[in-house]
Design a protein around this ligand. Structure first.
Ligand SMILES: NC(=O)c1ccc[n+]([C@@H]2O[C@H](COP(=O)([O-])OP(=O)(O)OC[C@H]3O[C@@H](n4cnc5c(N)ncnc54)[C@H](OP(=O)(O)O)[C@@H]3O)[C@@H](O)[C@H]2O)c1
Length: 417
């Protein structure tokens, strides 16, 4: 049993000793919040959390901090030395809390295995969706629920950019505004490429389905190529555009992916705008549960980290469950939005729909607009396998009347109203 479990609620009544690794945006906010909340935590837990050691690049000794603490909080980020520190802490019987999605999406299984071997707690609420308690929802509240799918807006930067585009800004304008307001970093590539969201979906897939998923196994697509006119046509079709991460059961396997996705207005994620995060969990037994809130920022993230510390102090959390692998499935069915730029003349729509029909792509709705010599054809299909859709689009692109490369964006059809 870990030292903190021995010394948790009803323990020796002395301070609960927390070692803090990292004192940047999250670590600094965590120190402040802990100082503010220590009285209240002591009131209901019986022990007062105190920071007994602090490590940054320029101060502190890891070994001394480890020796003096019952629990370590890792908010350094990146793979090394965070991985080495967390492994060393757990191997010496200490519980750990981390906000590090990068580390968990690369080395989650190694860390979980050591936590189980040592019977220590490894908590990581802040690694996915910041202040939104989705890890606890999946690990605890829904642990007895057979989950069918998890859909998430798990990157606030891209959600802010898409919200600005929905209000008429171009992609470069929306990105510049996100950077000006501190929602996007100077180098936004991890966010706008979908890679950050993919890391979070790897972690959520492990929690919801027990299947170890490495970041490299998550297919992801970003928002850089989206055009304002896609948003405008979509609005006419009753759709809004989000960067959605999905982990869902498909044909006996599991599909985990991130891509721009159109949602109908009734979907619970359709109304989540600005830098917020939100996650929808679906299951036959619960229909759906959606939670939303701040996905990043020092205070919100620190609140999730401190919540994990208190959960360990209360003896509530357990080591992560052993893996239960499902095969990962790549070719899945989705409805699609298609955007075609064609010559404006009779017979074009008929020729396109004939090719789509040959590949069993059926059309749910169409908007056609003439623009002089050209016309725009915008369609939403019924669900079709991605491979079938790609094959159909390749053939459509070969028509001499097609004027630019066809664009496709997935659509989530469900509405919960
Ligand atoms: N920022 C957010 O909104 C947010 C949200 C959710 C999750 N997270 C996660 O939280 C973690 C921390 O993010 P952050 O934004 O707080 O990062 P940050 O502001 O860059 O702070 C990093 C801290 O770690 C320290 N550090 C870096 N390398 C170190 C090393 N080799 N040895 C010891 N200390 C080292 C830095 O020391 P110096 O002070 O000496 O530079 C700094 O204090 C990351 O895993 C991130 O993904 C952040």
């Amino acid at each position: 049993m870990s030292s903190s479990a021995r010394g948790g609620q009803g323990g020796d009544g002395g301070p609960f000793r927390v070692g803090l690794l990292g004192h940047g945006t999250v670590g600094g906010a965590f120190s402040t919040l802990l100082a503010e909340r220590a009285d209240e935590i002591e009131r209901f837990n019986g022990r007062r959390p105190v920071i007994t050691g602090l490590l940054t690049r320029t101060q502190g000794s890891f070994q001394e901090i480890l020796d003096g603490a019952e629990l370590l909080v890792e908010v350094i980020g990146g793979i090394e030395p965070a991985r080495e520190y967390l492994l060393a802490a757990m191997r010496s019987g200490k519980d750990v809390v981390t906000a590090n999605k990068q580390l968990l999406s690369h080395h989650g299984e190694e860390l979980f295995e050591v936590a189980r071997e040592q019977d220590v707690r490894l908590r990581f609420e802040a690694a996915v969706a910041g202040a939104v308690p989705v890890v606890r929802l999946l690990e605890e509240s829904l642990s007895a629920t057979p989950i069918e799918s998890v859909h998430g807006i798990v990157n606030g930067t891209t959600n802010f950019i898409l919200s600005e585009m929905a209000r008429g800004s171009s992609y470069p304008e929306a990105l510049a505004e996100a950077q000006r307001r501190g929602f996007a970093e100077a180098d936004p590539s991890d966010d706008v490429s979908g890679r950050d969201a993919a890391a979070k979906m790897a972690i959520l897939a492990r929690l919801a389905f027990g299947t170890p998923v490495h970041l490299d196994q998550v297919r992801y697509e970003g928002i850089e190529h989206l055009q304002l006119e896609d948003m405008e046509y979509a609005r006419e079709l009753g759709l809004g555009l989000k960067l959605i991460g999905t982990a869902e059961r498909r044909g006996g396997g599991l599909s985990v992916r991130v891509h721009p996705t159109f949602l109908y207005g009734g979907h619970p994620l359709a109304s989540v705008s600005g830098p917020f995060n939100a996650v929808t969990v679906e299951s036959g037994t619960i229909t759906e549960i959606t939670m939303s809130g701040p996905g990043a920022g020092g205070p919100g993230t620190a609140s999730a980290v401190l919540g994990d510390v208190v959960s360990v102090m209360n003896g509530g959390a357990r080591p992560p469950a052993p893996p239960l692998p499902l095969p990962l499935v790549e070719d899945v069915e989705s409805a699609y939005y298609l955007h075609l730029d064609v010559a404006d003349r009779p017979g074009v729509l008929a020729a396109v729909t004939a090719v789509l029909g040959e590949h069993e792509v059926s059309i749910r709705s169409v908007v056609q607009r003439g623009m002089g010599e050209r016309a725009r054809l915008v369609m939403v299909t019924h669900p079709v396998l991605e491979s079938g859709l790609r094959a159909a689009i390749e053939r459509v692109a070969e028509f001499e009347f097609v004027r630019s490369t066809p664009r496709t964006i997935r659509v989530i059809e469900e509405e919960f109203i």
